[in-house]
Design a binder for this molecule. Structure first.
Ligand code: FAD
Ligand code: FES
Length: 275
């Protein structure tokens, strides 16, 4: 997909596991390469075919580099799915505002796919995606189609790009200046008339993004309970046993792997260090 991110198509080889394997948007798997190690990775598509799933993986270190070196039909080990995932049921009959930065679009893609699969259960879907430039945009073809033709599906797809000199993004901005602009993803929130009534916001991106996005949303009168965020922490067991991902203090302690990785902004206000 880009120089550092690849989309992996996985098929479970254990037929018993195929029957039992069910995941929800926002859940993650512990993926391992024998002799190298394990890493938590979010599923990035909605479950359609039993035993099949997609993972979008950025190579950053030992495990993810080893995964990138694999070839077609090589074996990977996985445990999970783990974590709470997004409350798709709670968000039914509401508009969805999905806000992603960079690789954060991966888990939100499964939310988007779920909502499109059950289109009558959700209102207007707005996606705001912030990228550095065109070459770092993930799922490019898929999202450009939504950028141009999303209206037919009740989807507004908006793009923000950081590199002002990027020619491809500039071209997209000329095509639809109301849907593509240079700047950070927060600029899209500033420029778009968003009504908080009957809307849930869902955020995923680099840690620095959350604070600014939440500020914009609260200024637009989103309540802390209307804002969902998926958080990343260094993890080991993924199931609430080792304590690696604990955050908070005596009043409120959260295991990001078990209680999350999806939290509301209300949780973040109560739990020190979560945001
Ligand atoms: C719930 C959850 C879902 C995730 N989903 C995805 C996904 O869909 N796609 C994806 O590519 N990645 C995802 N990640 C991040 C991924 O787990 C890490 O990048 C991976 O564990 C790195 O392992 P590694 O052995 O390749 O790197 P390492 O060799 O362990 O580390 C390489 C470098 O990355 C840093 N690093 C590693 N993990 C993290 C982290 N979690 N936060 C900040 N810095 C880190 C290290 O400090 C080091 O500098 C997710 C993480 C969590 C917790
Ligand atoms: S990763 Fe072990 S408790 Fe969360």
């Amino acid at each position: 997909m880009t120089s550092i991110e690849k989309l992996f198509y996985l098929r479970l080889v254990d037929s018993k596991a195929v029957e039992e394997f069910h995941y929800n948007p926002g859940q993650f798997l512990e993926i391992s390469v024998p002799g190298v190690g394990e890493a938590p990775i979010s599923v990035c598509n909605v479950q359609k075919t039993p035993g099949e799933l997609q993972l979008c993986i950025r190579k950053v270190g030992r495990v993810t580099n080893a995964i990138h070196r694999l070839k077609e039909k090589d074996l990977l080990w996985l445990r999970g799915p783990y974590g709470n995932g997004f409350p798709m049921g709670v968000m039914e009959n509401h508009n969805l505002l999905l806000i992603a930065g960079g690789l954060g679009i991966a888990p939100l893609r499964s939310v988007l796919q779920h909502a499109l699969l059950h289109r009558d259960k959700y209102g207007l879907i707005t996606v705001m995606y912030g990228v550095r430039c065109y070459s770092t945009m993930l799922f490019r073809e898929e999202f450009l189609k939504l950028f141009r033709e999303g209206d037919k599906l009740g989807v507004e797809f908006l793009l923000a790009y950081e590199d002002k000199s990027d020619a491809e993004c500039y071209q997209l901005a000329c095509e639809r200046s109301d849907r593509c602009m240079s700047g950070l993803v927060t600029k899209l929130i500033e420029a778009t008339p968003i009504k908080p009534d009957n809307t849930y916001a869902v955020i995923c991106g680099p840690p620095v993004m959350y604070k600014f996005v939440v500020k914009e949303l609260t200024q637009r009168h989103f309540t802390p309970a209307q804002i969902y965020m998926t958080m990343e922490r260094r993890m080991k067991c993924g199931v609430g046993k080792c304590g690696h991902c604990i955050t908070g203090s005596s009043n409120s302690i959260k295991y990001v792997c078990k209680d999350g990785p999806v939290f509301t902004y209300l949780d973040a206000l109560k739990t020190r260090g979560l945001l």
